[in-house]
Ligand binder design. Sequence first.
Ligand code: GDP
Ligand code: MG
Length: 201
Amino acid sequence: MSHQSKERTLIILKPDALQRSLMGEIIQRYERIGLKLVGMKLVVPSAEHVEQHYTLDPEWRRITGEKRVKAAKAKGEVLKTEDPYEITAVILDNLKKYMTSGPVVCMVWQGAHVVEIVRKLTGGTEPRSTDVGTIRGDYVLDSYMMADADSRAIRNLVHASGSPEEAEKEIMHWFDQNELVDYRLIGEQILYDVNLDGILE
Ligand code: GDP
Ligand code: MG
């Protein structure tokens, strides 16, 4: 197994992050924790590319549908259907409209436990209920209730891969190998090096 510090994740700044001039603020949060940016580009994705992205994980339809049912139950909200596949069919249609509405920034970040750390900094799917201190909790206020009533995707600024395996598939979906850069970040020494000799003069 390669060193922990080589783990990678895909982050997409969704169209609302760009429209609200939040790129710098959001990137700063990933940067300052000690993660390394190894790939980055501005694109306007096609609807087909977005659908493929969300369905790379064959379980995504079921899991996302079930997550919505659970959130509704917690709030005493009654849904039109509790079938996870019917729920995600609508979500996917709305997601395609959202994600193709303008440019997005795709990035690959690297570091120890990067998938888990980035999800923690990003926060949960619904900005309304996720924690203060997270990107989705601090910079936007959307809710399942409001987004579903208006038949649109939840606007939550960021996509972040859910597991290291999902991350590798997503990175290959958005990037060519030659668009990713292997390089040393000087600050990584204090995060990962076993031996700290050479600091004192
Ligand atoms: P994530 O991993 O937290 O981004 O969430 P998912 O992978 O489950 O869903 C992908 C994206 O679809 C979310 O980030 C939201 O933009 C949108 N979305 C997910 N579930 C719902 C929902 O129940 N209603 C609406 N309107 N949008 C949703
Ligand atoms: Mg997801």
